[in-house]
Design a protein around this ligand. Structure first.
Ligand code: G3I
Length: 474
């Protein structure tokens, strides 16, 4: 049973996995900006210059739902509190566990299962009226060492895989809307990747896995997911041929996932055409792991290019009825896999490391028919975020950033709306009187240059709820 969603977005924004959305898009480009108090992105931003509040946009999930699409993110279960949890719950209609459902996570020792993080994500999704994309059942990576180090006959390997799918899909039967059943089965040239599964079981491990997943949860949508298959190329054509033959053989296959780990300025020109050709085969298409990486440091030109890239991907999905939506692979730069895997690169997601929305966020919203209000140029802004939260305590921070303006001293204030109390602050002098908090710069960080920022932090206490206040910068 799903509980009701927070008041900030209607239940209707949980998007269907089937292709029952709009047949073409009556795009709602003229849709007015919706001002929702609870939907401020990180805490309202008030500028020191103009003194006007930045308008909050409708959450991405609502904009997507109005287009018959879903907007998703990969998440880490342990982070689903504070600002991270607020954004994950408010902005997205799909959640994909980034790691929690992989074989190595759920069965680290043979016969010993750990479902804690996966359960946490599924519970969170249900509490926020979100769908879960299960990821992933059959992959060459992130398998437990007992499995990869073992020596198995083909029959035993098949049984292990069958049992794994039965156990995991069965556990979440009726609670996971779609599964990336098979992940990354192809090489770049379109041949099958040599893996534990292909080498041990032959190419039919794919058909078998799909068949076993269907038996374990007949209602779940079953996908094959891969990267570098966004445009028309040898690899995506191999995927196309596979899906075609699976359908001809009556093997259950409902969709393909185009991961879309993209490089700045390199959205394939054939993306929409490629989505359409899969749709024409009679399967859904989802953008499953979208990010756009760049060489660091980022600058305004790169961020603008990135915004255009995100918008191009959204537009390609919006143009094809059977494209069910897009999932970003982590919504914030602080939660992205890119810097670890591609040293020197990053800034690949729609939110920065302080959970402030980037131009890419606004581009996604606009592609989905929303309007956004840009922060005024030539201003300094203050953004409040909760960076950690536990039983009765929390850590918060405020980031003051200037663009086209500068400060030689600063003072910020807010009212705690739910009885929160500041205990201790650093990099600022803070005082609280009743609900009103004021913080001013320390002796060493009053200067915020044009293009620079200053961050201060504090510990506090809360009970009941810990809503993000509106911060004024004066
Ligand atoms: O959990 C351990 C932690 O205990 C340890 O301290 C830490 C030290 O490095 O490692 C942690 O595990 C890491 C894990 O992510 C959780 O953060 C692994 O080292 C790291 O390799 C792993 O990376 C994941 C990667 O898949 C593995 O290939 C990324 O988070 C995850 O985002 C990424 O996701 C994949 C998709 O599943 C498939 N498509 C490509 C995509 C990006 O690689």
């Amino acid at each position: 049973m799903r509980s009701s969603r927070p008041a900030t977005s209607p239940r209707s924004s949980r998007s269907p996995f089937t292709s029952s959305g709009r047949s073409s898009r009556p795009r709602l480009r003229a849709r007015p900006a919706v001002l929702l108090a609870g939907a401020a992105v990180v805490g309202a931003l008030l500028t020191a210059g103009a003194g006007t509040a930045r308008a909050a946009d409708a959450p991405l999930r609502d904009l997507a739902a109005a287009q018959g699409k879903a907007m998703g993110t990969a998440v880490t279960g342990s982070k689903l509190t504070g600002t991270y949890g607020d954004i994950a719950g408010r902005e997205f209609s799909w959640l994909t566990p980034g790691n929690a459902m992989k074989w190595g996570s759920v069965e680290p020792a043979q016969g010993t299962f750990d479902w804690a993080e996966a359960d946490r994500i599924v519970n969170f999704a249900e509490a926020h009226d979100q769908d879960v994309r299960g990821h992933t059942l059959v992959w060459h990576s992130q398998n437990p060492s007992w499995l990869t180090d073992g020596s198995w006959t083909p029959a035993r390997l098949g049984t292990l895989l069958h049992d794994h799918i039965d156990t995991e899909v069965g556990r979440y039967k009726g609670r996971v809307a779609a599964w990336d059943v098979v992940n990354e089965p192809f090489n770049e040239d379109g041949t099958y990747r040599s893996t534990l599964w292909y080498d041990g079981l032959g190419a039919d491990y794919i058909a078998d896995a799909l068949t076993w997943a269907r038996a374990a949860d007949p209602a779940a949508r079953l996908y094959i997911n891969d990267y570098n298959v966004e445009g028309v190329n040898a690899k995506s054509t191999a995927l196309y041929d596979l899906v075609k033959s699976l359908k001809e053989r009556g093997v259950p296959i409902d969709g393909v996932g185009l991961q879309a780990h993209l490089i700045l300025g390199q959205v394939p020109s054939t993306l929409q055409q490629n989505i359409q050709r899969f749709a024409d085969l009679g399967v859904d298409v989802a953008i499953t792991e979208l990010d756009v990486r760049m060489q660091l440091p980022s600058d305004s030109a790169k961020l603008a290019r990135q915004a255009a890239d995100y918008q191009a991907v959204m537009n390609a999905c919006l143009a094809v009825t059977r494209c069910t939506g897009a999932t970003v692979w982590g919504f914030a730069d602080s939660d992205s896999w890119i810097p670890d895997t591609f040293p020197g690169q990053g800034a690949a997601t729609p939110y920065d490391e302080n959970y402030a929305p980037k131009p890419a966020y606004r581009a996604i919203a606009e592609a989905l028919g929303g309007t956004t209000t840009e922060p005024p140029t030539g201003a300094c802004t203050a953004a409040y975020s909760v960076t950690g939260q536990w039983n009765t305590g929390f850590t918060g921070q405020v980031r003051i950033a200037c663009s086209g303006a500068a400060l030689s001293s600063w003072k910020v204030g807010w009212n705690f709306g739910a009885g929160q109390q500041i205990a201790q602050a650093w990099n600022a002098t803070c005082a609280q009187s009743g609900a009103a908090v004021t913080c001013s710069n320390a002796s060493y960080n009053g200067t915020v240059p044009d293009g620079g920022s200053v961050t201060f932090g504090f510990n506090g206490s809360w009970s009941g709820s810990n809503p993000v206040p509106t911060v004024t910068l004066g």
